[in-house]
Design a binder for this molecule. Structure first.
Ligand SMILES: Cc1ncc(COP(=O)(O)O)c(C=O)c1O
Length: 435
């Protein structure tokens, strides 16, 4: 039986309508390309769901992985420690906002957010602030698919179904306003006014959670400059924690190592995943301040410690690759900044093109929203975004849409020629789809 047939027989894929699923089996990755069973080559235009950093089968990352596998593949972090876990934490703490001093590992972006929510909640309980039980989030937010993360998300198609299972969170207006909105240009002002209103009840609020600069899964909805720092100031003034979710934006995607740098923001919690292991292995981390960490200290009998942990927490293989990946990113900081500028300017060439409704960019993160001939919304159930990506795939370009928004998030090792091929394939696919 072929892999495709076996897949059809046994596998249930994420975010996939299995009744219409046509398997495409990837057998190999090299540099910024993936190869299927038939030997067809594809540029990895979305970095394998936004996590690949330095390309596939990178020799330095491979060496780090193999060297670690020969020493220790896994040992629990519950009550034991190991060098890769400790060294990666120290390396990360060198490059994140300086108020963050502690690293709590897990294995997915969703888990990193759940952990921040639980730690914030428990922190306030330990402080005797038992009334601080609520969380604030933004409209259109996405923080993952486990129930705690879903509870602070706001994308209806992903989250509405599970409403009855979720803890309540308070939604604040997103600062993103599309070009065609009557409130275009007023997003920052309106969102901050809504936030100010919500923060009048800050006594009952533990934390606010947000994606910095861009709401990725909602379709790369970009925030006005200054919004992140304005929110941070308000959280500090209101006495609530700020949880910044850099699962998507972290490790170079916006052109700087972290989005927080762009607005000099020091969050109380920082959530990291995806690029943390260069896109090789599942790894995540929730960072917090020494003050938050210290609140959990005491005699064991006081039962103040944080009762949470996953079997593969701080997996040494993932951490060893993460150390090498971060070192490479730091060495290549100027190249990453240049790539971000190139991807942004390349994407902006789609502005005003037929069937392009809006182009949204944040460094290497791009959303090209498609529209009808008059710039109107496309009927959602025609799945035009998916059709465009399927056409691009036939030209050797691997893309994945979010609704009718075409996403680009190329590996940070992409060349100028590869970015030009990304542009060409997208343009041709849009033209072909609409003619
Ligand atoms: C901002 C953000 N947070 C959390 C997640 C969830 O990460 P994971 O899929 O690793 O659970 C994602 C995934 O796309 C994300 O974009």
């Amino acid at each position: 039986m072929s892999i495709a047939e076996l897949d059809q027989k046994h596998i249930w894929h994420p975010f996939t309508q299995m009744a219409e699923w046509e398997p495409l089996s990837i057998v190999r990755g090299e540099g910024n390309f993936l190869f299927d069973e038939a030997g067809q080559k594809y540029f990895d235009g979305v970095s394998s769901l936004w996590c690949n950093v330095h390309g596939h089968a990178n020799p330095r990352l491979n060496r780090a992985l193999i060297a670690q596998a020969e020493k220790l593949a896994h040992s629990t972090f519950l009550g034991l420690t190991h060098e890769p876990g400790v060294r990666l934490a120290a390396a990360i703490l060198e490059v994140v906002p300086q108020n963050l001093t502690r690293v709590f590992y897990s294995d997915s972006g969703s888990a990193s957010v759940e952990i921040a929510l639980k730690q914030s909640f428990q922190y306030w309980q330990l402080q005797g602030r038992s009334e601080k039980t609520k969380f604030v989030r933004f409209e259109n937010a996405y923080h993952g698919d486990t129930l705690g993360a879903v509870a602070v998300g706001g994308i209806d198609v992903f989250h509405k179904m599970f409403g009855p299972l979720l803890m309540h969170s308070i939604a604040v207006r997103s600062p993103y306003e599309p070009l065609w909105s009557k409130d275009a240009g007023r997003g920052l002002e309106l969102a901050l006014a809504d936030l100010d209103h919500v923060l009048q009840n800050a006594d009952s609020i533990a934390a606010l959670v947000m994606e910095p600069l861009v709401q990725g899964a909602a379709g790369m909805l970009t925030h006005p400059p200054g919004f992140l720092s304005a929110v941070a100031k308000r959280c500090a003034a209101a006495g609530i924690h700020l949880i910044v979710d850099e699962v998507a934006t972290g490790f170079g995607r916006t052109g700087t190592l972290f989005a927080c740098e762009k607005e000099d923001v020091e969050p109380d919690f920082l959530c990291l995943a995806k690029g943390i292991s260069g896109g090789y292995l599942p790894l995540a981390a929730t960072l917090c301040t020494e003050g938050i960490f210290a609140a959990f200290l005491g005699a064991r009998s006081e039962m103040k410690h944080f009762f949470h942990g996953h079997t593969y927490t701080a997996n040494p293989l993932a951490c060893a690759v993460g150390i090498e990946s971060l070192a490479m990113l730091r060495e290549r900081a100027a190249d990453v900044a240049a790539l971000a500028a190139l991807v942004t300017s390349t994407a902006r060439t789609f502005d005003g093109k037929p069937y392009v409704r809006e182009v949204r960019t944040c460094g290497t993160m791009v959303g090209i929203e498609l529209g009808d001939a008059n710039g109107g919304e496309l009927p959602w159930d025609k799945f035009v975004g998916a059709k465009v990506c399927n056409i691009a795939r036939r030209q050797g370009m691997m893309l994945r849409p979010l609704g009718d928004t075409i996403i680009w998030m190329p590996p940070l090792s992409s060349s100028k020629t590869e970015i030009e091929s990304l542009r060409q394939a997208t343009e041709t696919a849009i033209q072909e789809c609409f003619t």
